[in-house]
Structures are given as C-alpha cells and as structure tokens.
Design a protein around this ligand. Structure first.
Ligand SMILES: Nc1ncnc2c1ncn2[C@@H]1O[C@H](COP(=O)(O)OP(=O)(O)O)[C@@H](O)[C@H]1O
Ligand SMILES: [Mg+2]
Length: 234
C-alpha cells in the first residue's frame, strides 16, 4: 500500500457529484501534482483528504484510513494543508497567522517557526506585519508556513502559483523541493499551471470534471502527444 492511497473516491456537494471514482497513490517522499482546469475538483480532492467533504470510498495514510476521523485528528496524523487563496487572517500578523497553524499540535512551535523563517527569509523580516499588507507571494509563503507548523509528513498545497509572478513561483518551487529533499516531506500540489507542475513534480494526475483522465511520470506525460496537445499546450 502507498503512503497516501485513495480508492474509488466520490465526493458530493448535496446531490451534486464533484469527484467520481478517483484512484490516486503517492509514495513517501514523492512530489505529485494534480493538474486540471477550473472546476475540475482539485480543491474538493484536497478538502476530502482533510475530511472536509462528504465522500464514498477510502483514503488511507500510512496504512490507516482517514475516513470518519475528523479534520483535527487528520492534521495530527501528519497532514498539513495550505488551501486555495491562502485563507489567512488579514488583520493578524505573519507570526500570529503561523501560530494559528500550530493550534492543533502545540508541539515544537519554536523550532517550526524557525524552520519557516529559514525557508522563507522574507517572512522573518515581516514577522510583525499584518498579512493584509503583504504581496500575494508573501501570503502564499505564510500559508505554506502555517501548514508546516504541525510538522506534516504529507503537505497539501492548493494552487500555490495562482496569480503569482514567475520569479515568486520559482522561489516557492525551490522551497517545496527543499522540504522534500531535506526533510522527506511528501508533497501533493494542485495546479492549473501545468508547466509549473511539470518542473516541480515527479508524477502528475490529470483531473477533469471530477475524474482522473490520465496519470504518469512527467516524462511519460510529456512524450504522449495526445496528452501534450490536450493538457499541456505545445
Ligand atoms: N461548496 C460547494 N458547494 C457546491 N458545489 C461546489 C462547492 N465547491 C465546489 N463545488 C463544485 O464542485 C466542482 C469542483 O470544484 P473545485 O473542487 O473547487 O474545483 P477546482 O478546485 O478544480 O477549481 C465544481 O463543479 C464546483 O462548482
Ligand atoms: Mg480549486
């Protein structure tokens, strides 16, 4: 069984089916991207791992089913989540937002803060600024930093590059790579930006209208003319 294993996952909003029969597996220490257009179900899939949606099917982390566990317990099991559009508290400082991330675990707070400031030196300089005064890139860094405050073994990042300049995207990619290499953190990102996804991830899943349409290593996907045309431009 893989580190993260999702089987026959359906997710619902009321009667509407947002995910249908999703099968996905991620090995420990891998970086995997889920790519797909707006409305494909990317956020729903990450929300489902956190137990935030109504689902059928199974989601296992390190051999244990997360279904019915509750979001706080899922975070304690080692899942960190940087949601879409960051969802920070705008009138709280960078430091306060990071501390909110530590609420569920309350362990290693100082060392985790230090790690976040090491990974994102800009945040140390702006530690006492309200996040409402920050750039989109800095807010994304706070959001990822907040997710790291519980020392996750699996980090989920929903569309980290949305609305960000290419230079900031590269910085964020570098930090995620470093987390994976240095700390063995397993990372799942979602992206509409397939180029970014392909430079960061080892494997990709293509999600469209709630279904996995294709998956494979970056090379496999790049060499498949049909896929390249349909999903990755030229
Ligand atoms: N809270 C919600 N209530 C009802 N429908 C929703 C809700 N959130 C998302 N959806 C629907 O579920 C589908 C997948 O959405 P989402 O997961 O946000 O896609 P993506 O993140 O890929 O843009 C879309 O059809 C969307 O309209
Ligand atoms: Mg989304």
């Amino acid at each position: 069984m893989s580190f993260l294993q999702i089987e026959k996952l359906d997710a619902f909003y009321g009667k509407a089916l947002a995910l249908s029969g999703v099968e996905l597996s991620v090995e420990e220490g891998e970086i995997v991207a889920i790519v797909g257009p707006n409305g494909a179900g990317k956020s729903t899939l990450l929300d489902s791992i956190l137990g935030l949606t109504t689902t059928n099917g199974d989601i296992c982390l390190d051999g244990n089913s997360l279904i019915g566990t509750g979001s706080a317990a899922i975070v304690k099991c080692g899942v960190g989540y940087a949601p879409e559009r960051c969802n920070l508290f705008p009138y709280m400082t960078v430091r306060e937002n990071l501390l909110v991330g530590a609420f569920t675990s309350r362990e290693n707070i100082d060392s985790n803060l230090e790690l976040v400031f090491k990974l994102f030196p800009q945040l140390r300089e702006r530690e006492h600024q309200e996040t409402s005064t920050q750039s989109g890139g800095e807010r994304q860094m706070v959001s990822i930093g907040r997710a790291l405050m519980t020392s996750p073994r699996l980090l989920l990042v929903d569309e980290p590059t949305i609305g960000l300049a290419p230079k900031i995207c590269l910085e964020i990619a570098e930090v995620l790579r470093r987390l994976c290499k240095q700390f063995g953190t397993t990372i799942v990102i979602t992206e509409q930006n397939t180029n970014f996804a392909m430079t960061l991830a080892e494997r990709l899943y293509v999600l469209e209208t709630g279904e996995i349409k294709a998956s494979g290593t970056v090379d496999e996907m790049r060499n498949d003319a049909r896929l390249t045309e349909a999903y990755f431009g030229t």
